[in-house]
Ligand binder design. Structure first.
Ligand SMILES: Cc1ncc(COP(=O)(O)O)c(C=O)c1O
Length: 427
């Protein structure tokens, strides 16, 4: 590891081949030329054999680290019993039961394969329940790749809210008129938008920790009150925060309970499974009996509730039930955050490290950051340079966010902070 990164001929050939046959040389999630081969605990290796301490963790799912033996053995046991059936499997029922037991708002659960589907169906369930069309979301809030979600996530920050800015080519022109956008952490404006538009709103969707922006005291509570007052379903997108900020997710951590939530990533231990969970009356739309009043919402998916993913999820949740796990995670994350903050002291580069201990990020700016628009002041080219240095030093976090796992050791933390120091000095 550290400082001796090489790129082999095989690696170069794979990059060239990828650029020929994959648009942008990428499978879609990131656009860089690191080609990974394997992972173990807190480490990943690229095809050149370079070893990295991994803070991407598959974009969050690998809270228990890569190839955890208990997850692997649960998956292996199920592999030998068949991999998919298009029927309800006992492991899916077991996983749904655990979700109901763990997540405060969960009375019923529906599974999907991806988080993008989960948010799509959560918003659709809210529309079916309310008989209204519009969704209120927050500027900079990420809810995956469905048409409604792709509004004002990567916004210019210049729009006159609540107008939505489409994030993607190819979206039907009519969708932006169906999405209202509010500023995260602005209690007055957000609650005013709910009050003003409640009669056309199907639901409000929010990441309780928006990317790494912590909710200001009272923000989630005010949103809860405003939506409750007008009977508008509140959806927490917990695809990142679920089982990460606490066993019961952000709703447990921040103490605010929504009507519906979406979960993914950690709950499937690195396999393709996500879900919608929430109040029984809202979840009723997914059951055929809702046909009687025209509220039935078909939700067919070949791999819904897949037994391999369910086995991985159950093993992951069992590991996370071990006493002291969340305290340890918190301590590891806090050391990394403090270390990252401290290496910029005396460099003349204004730096802030914000988020929660198990998912945080670095912003090179002196502007206080509480909203999406504040994040636009980040010196992105300088952060990219920092990330490049880290990669050379054996720290894998090519783009944004640091995810922390239970497998990051004290030695990993020390090596990472040493790399932070070297990388900051090289800027
Ligand atoms: C908050 C949030 N919602 C939804 C999604 C979409 O999930 P998926 O990538 O599984 O479609 C993500 C993915 O990163 C996410 O972070």
């Amino acid at each position: 590891m550290t400082g001796s990164r090489t790129v082999s001929k095989t690696h170069q050939d794979l990059v060239a081949q990828a650029h020929q046959i994959l648009p942008g040389g990428s499978v879609g999630n990131v656009y860089n030329d690191t080609i990974l081969q394997r992972g173990d605990k807190s480490r990943v290796w690229d095809v050149s054999g370079n070893e990295y301490i991994d803070y991407v963790l598959g974009s969050g799912p690998m809270l228990c680290g890569h190839a955890h033996p208990r997850v692997t053995s649960a998956v292996r046991a199920q592999l030998e019993q068949g991999t998919t059936f298009f029927a309800t499997h006992e492991l899916a029922i077991e996983l749904a039961q655990q979700i109901v037991d763990i997540i405060p708002c969960a009375e019923q659960v529906r599974f999907t394969s991806t988080g993008s589907e989960a948010t799509l169906y959560a918003m659709r369930a809210a529309r079916a329940f309310r008989g209204r069309d519009k969704i209120l979301k927050f500027e900079g809030g990420f809810h995956g790749m469905n048409d409604y979600a792709l509004m004002s996530t990567f916004a210019s920050g210049k729009a006159e809210l609540p107008a939505a800015e489409p994030d993607s080519a190819g979206l039907p022109g009519c969708i932006s008129g169906q999405v209202l956008v509010a500023p995260f952490n602005d209690i007055e404006r957000a609650t005013d938008m709910v009050a003003r538009h409640h009669d056309e709103l199907a639901g409000v969707i929010v990441e309780p920790l928006q990317r790494v922006l912590q909710p200001l005291p009272g923000f989630l509570e005010a949103l809860r009150d405003a939506t409750q007052r007008h009977d508008v379903p509140l959806i927490f997108d917990e695809i990142v925060t679920g089982f990460r900020l606490a066993y019961g997710g952000a709703q447990e951590h921040y103490g605010v309970v929504p009507d519906l939530c979406t979960i993914g990533k950690v709950v499937a231990g690195g396999f393709p499974l996500a879900g919608i969970a929430g109040r029984r009356d809202l979840m009723r739309s997914f059951a055929p009996e809702a046909r009687a009043d025209g509220q039935f919402l078909p939700q067919i998916g070949t791999l819904n509730g897949n037994p391999i993913a369910a086995a991985a999820g159950l093993a992951t949740l069992e590991i996370l039930r071990e006493p002291g796990i969340y305290n340890r995670l918190d301590a590891t994350g806090k050391q990394l955050m403090a270390g990252l903050r401290s290496v910029f002291d005396g460099t003349g580069i204004p730096a802030q490290v914000i988020g929660e201990p198990t998912v945080f990020d670095l912003f090179l700016t002196d502007q206080p950051i509480t909203s999406y628009r504040d994040t636009l002041s980040n010196n992105k080219p300088l952060v990219a340079q920092f990330n490049q240095q880290l990669l050379k030093l054996g720290i894998f976090r090519p783009d944004s966010k640091f995810y922390v796992s239970i497998m990051h050791t004290t030695e990993d933390v020390a090596a990472t902070i040493a790399a932070f120091q070297t990388a900051a000095q090289a800027l």
